[in-house]
Design a protein around this ligand. Structure first.
Ligand code: DHB
Ligand code: FE
Length: 287
């Protein structure tokens, strides 16, 4: 077995205020204690299960991209990615080291497998990517492994369907598992859970819907992938649509490819509130 393989998938919200709480030393404040407690087992799990590469599915928030250019799916093929200045200066976190060779292989494979990707050779990465890394890895001098950023447009309609995201995850799995090096790869799906940042419904949280989403993501991802956009937006708020990205990571798990073995739930956590959102988190290990 000399080929790369996907060992686990990780799912987490990316709330920017969480990054600020970490960077400004506020994690021990009563408001934040329950949230960070929920990620203690995850940090230990990351130490015990450090992969060789993380394939990190996230969304850019009009930071690297803008209305001038809107790629639906963009893969970062650069050697490194700088934390972005989102208006308050860049987060004081390590730069992200990429894996150009694996990223190029995935681009080649997935594009030949009929998914159109945008190749990105220079890109700053915003809270969508750095907050999940901080939650799972803490505050290290360097991130524990290379990261391939994979940006999905969930900001400007039309955005991709859950179904397409789920199928793309399956193509990414085929790509990774045809890479001729014995790399352990994790795939992360980030964003969500329910939240709406603007308009008359700003502040919307739907904990019942969120928990049902987590249940179904674990047990019936194929059926979950058929949920239409309108249900995400109605039930989980306009920014709840970020959750379609979780279906990319879930589609890459081995049970979807027919292994017959459901993934092991290594950790599950849900908390309300963090800033304007519900926070959800799952770690699934391939059986
Ligand atoms: C908030 C949440 C997000 O997912 C985001 O991208 C920006 C802001 C919030 O809760 O404030
Ligand atoms: Fe967001």
């Amino acid at each position: 077995m000399n080929m790369a393989r996907i060992t686990a998938s990780v799912y987490t919200s990316h709330v920017p205020a969480i990054g600020a709480a970490i960077d400004l030393g506020k994690t021990a404040e009563p408001y934040w204690v329950p949230l960070f407690k929920g990620y203690e087992p995850s940090k230990q799990w990351m130490k015990d299960n450090t992969p060789d590469v993380i394939f990190l599915v996230y969304n850019d928030h009009a930071t690297a991209f803008s209305l001038e250019m809107i790629p639906t799916f963009a893969i970062g093929t650069a050697a490194e990615f700088t934390p972005a200045d989102e208006g308050y200066g860049p987060r004081p976190v390590p730069k992200v080291i990429g894996h150009p060779e694996l990223a190029s292989h995935i681009a080649q494979s997935v594009i030949q497998d009929d998914f159109d990707l945008t190749i990105v050779n220079r890109m700053d990465v915003d809270h969508g990517l750095t907050v999940p890394l901080s939650l799972l890895c803490g505050q290290p001098q360097a991130w524990p492994c290379p990261v391939i950023p994979f940006a999905v447009n969930v900001v400007q309609y039309p955005v991709p369907s859950g179904r397409r995201c789920f199928m793309l995850g399956q193509a990414i799995r085929r790509a990774i598992e045809s890479y001729d090096a014995p790399l352990k790869v994790q795939i992360w799906g980030t964003g969500g859970m329910s939240h709406q940042l603007q308009g008359p419904r700003a502040g919307l949280i739907n904990a019942d819907w969120d928990n049902r989403f987590l249940d179904r993501l674990i047990a019936e991802p194929e059926a979950l992938s058929k949920v239409p956009h309108i249900e995400y937006v109605r039930e989980a708020g306009s920014e709840g649509i970020e959750l379609v990205m979780w279906l990319i990571a879930r589609g890459a798990m081995s049970d979807v490819a027919g292994s017959g073995k459901p993934p092991k739930v290594a950790h599950r956590f849900f908390h309300v509130p963090a800033s304007n959102t519900a926070v959800g988190h799952l770690i699934l290990e391939n059986a």
